[in-house]
Write a protein that binds this ligand. Structure first.
Ligand code: NDP
Length: 475
């Protein structure tokens, strides 16, 4: 019933769109209402090929020592057939299913049943109940921010097991890597399908649902904006952060343990990857409240893109450097190692400071200092679907005066550092920087399109004040 009303609302809105394009752009600043052919083709491409890409990368490491060319050559020259490769691929095992079920259940328990206590003793940390941004329907959701606590409990238990209890080997993740891939896929597809059914039949907030009428687009990009079970189990916050990002650092630790088991030592490149990615993950949880104001939570609906992406794409492809280093242990010379560390830390500094400047500016409504001065900004306004007018500000000082998404530059520098830690023998570990460049450039364009329809003329004034998107003077 609620879904039916939302669909009707969508139809009415489409009609208004045709009548008055300019007026309609206000209050329509969420995900697209209509699907063009290019978007549809991209979505079909991703739905078909993204799972194959993940399989291809992981299989290349397991069967071809991380060469991306050799499997193709084998297939093209007839040396091997697809079924030869498939027959050598480990299948789903009972053990992997148990490990994965316990893992996800444990993360659900940490998420829903232990209210945050970290904010009570960690100075500067923002946790506990926090508010998200205003949704297009004018709703403000509350979130229990307890990701840092979940990450800490999980890692304390991991180290306690590795050093004292020895219930399982720290190489457990590497040893079950492909069987776990099938489990992650099952969860990814199950949660995306459930989210779609929920969007139709029992949405959490019908006014924040979007139906384009295109099945594939709706499945991929999601219908519901903030699907929830009960008051607190928020799909986006849970799946975006845990189980995938909590697992990221454990996966790297498991790869380091495997390196030691195989070669008797952990290389400096593996340590660098663990440290740099560890900082990134810890930063994510330390700033989980800030994360409520990012595009993922503020603007993306919950569909296959987030559901499957968080369960499969992120843990399997963001950890390729560590996996590669198990097959190719690289010991870097001191200059190379220091260079990678510096690049990684500089990237992290830019990433963090840029995000911090925007967060501080928005939190204090501009009553703060950026680089020692009162910040400059552009006043802007927008409307939610119920016609309520809201006011906002776009910062033009600090890193936000250099480019409109300088935070993405910092992220890209950090990503390049992880890849450079793996040396230059294979292309596989460089997948991450190639992917991040495409992702963040696309995200930048997507975000600007959305901001332009949200803020209209005010956004134009902002782009005149800050003309570059990513890199000052270039793009
Ligand atoms: P941003 O944090 O840049 O958020 C963009 C939003 O900020 C806009 O939609 C707008 O929202 C607001 N905004 C834009 N310009 C200004 C301004 N000048 N002043 C104030 N507010 C402004 O983008 P993301 O959410 O994409 O990224 C957050 C971080 O996460 C980035 O550092 C990114 O690198 C990282 N990231 C990492 C990924 C990964 O896979 N590793 C994936 C995606 C992101 P509003 O409507 O509120 O005005």
């Amino acid at each position: 019933m609620a879904a039916h009303e939302a669909r009707k609302l969508a139809e009415e809105r489409k009609h208004q769109n045709m009548q008055n394009d300019a007026k309609a752009s206000q209050g329509q600043w969420g995900r697209a209402w209509e699907v063009d052919w290019f978007s549809l083709a991209s979505i079909l491409f991703l739905l078909i090929f993204a799972p194959l890409i993940v399989y291809y990368f992981i299989m290349s490491c397991a069967q071809y020592q991380c060469s991306l060319i050799d499997p193709l050559l084998d297939l093209l020259t007839g040396n091997k057939h697809l079924y030869d490769i498939w027959n050598r691929t480990p299948m789903l095992t009972y053990r992997a299913a148990v490990i994965y079920s316990l893992w996800v259940t444990f993360q659900v328990v940490l998420y829903v049943s232990i209210p945050d206590f970290c904010h009570k003793f960690l100075p500067g940390y923002v946790g506990g109940v926090q508010e998200g941004a205003v949704t297009p329907a004018g709703v403000v959701n509350k979130y229990e921010i307890n990701g840092l606590q979940a990450w800490m409990i999980t890692h304390v238990l991991w180290f306690a097991n590795a050093s004292c209890f020895h219930f399982f080997s720290p190489t457990i993740i590497f040893d079950n890597w492909i069987p776990l891939l099938w489990c992650a896929n099952m969860l990814g597809y199950a949660v995306s399908t459930f989210a779609m059914i929920k969007g139709y039949f029992f949405p959490t907030n019908a006014k924040d649902c979007k139906f384009t009428g295109n099945f594939f687009y709706d499945y991929m990009m999601g219908i519901e904006f903030n699907p929830r079970i009960g008051k607190w189990f928020d799909f986006k916050l849970f799946f975006n952060g845990r189980p995938g990002i909590v697992a990221w650092t454990l996966i790297n630790l498991s790869f380091a343990a495997k390196q030691r088991e195989l070669y008797g030592e952990v290389t400096n490149s593996m340590i660098l990857v663990n440290i740099l990615q560890g900082i990134y993950v810890l930063d994510f949880f330390w700033n989980e409240a800030w994360y409520l104001k990012t595009i993922d939570i503020c603007h993306d609906h919950f569909g296959w893109y987030l559901g499957w992406g968080d369960c499969v794409w992120l843990p399997y492809l963001y950890t390729l450097q560590g996996l590669y280093l198990v097959y190719h242990p690289v010991q870097l010379c001191t200059a190379h190692a220091v260079g990678v560390l510096m690049l990684g830390l500089l990237g992290y500094y830019i990433f963090r400071m840029t995000n911090h400047q925007k967060d501080l500016f928005r939190r204090t409504n501009g009553n703060c200092r950026i680089w020692g001065k009162k910040p400059k900004y552009i006043e802007c306004s927008y409307m939610s679907v119920d016609g309520t007018k809201y006011y906002s500000k776009l910062l033009t000082s600090g890193f936000w005066g250099w480019a409109r998404h300088f935070n993405y530059m910092g992220d890209l520098m950090g990503s390049l550092a992880y890849c450079l830690a793996c040396g230059f023998e294979h292309i596989l570990p460089y997948f991450y920087i190639i992917y991040m460049t495409i992702l963040l450039t696309h995200r930048c364009i997507r975000d600007e399109h959305r901001c332009s329809s949200k803020y209209g003329k005010d956004w134009k004034r902002y782009t005149v004040a800050v003309p570059y998107r990513l890199l000052p003077g270039i793009f």
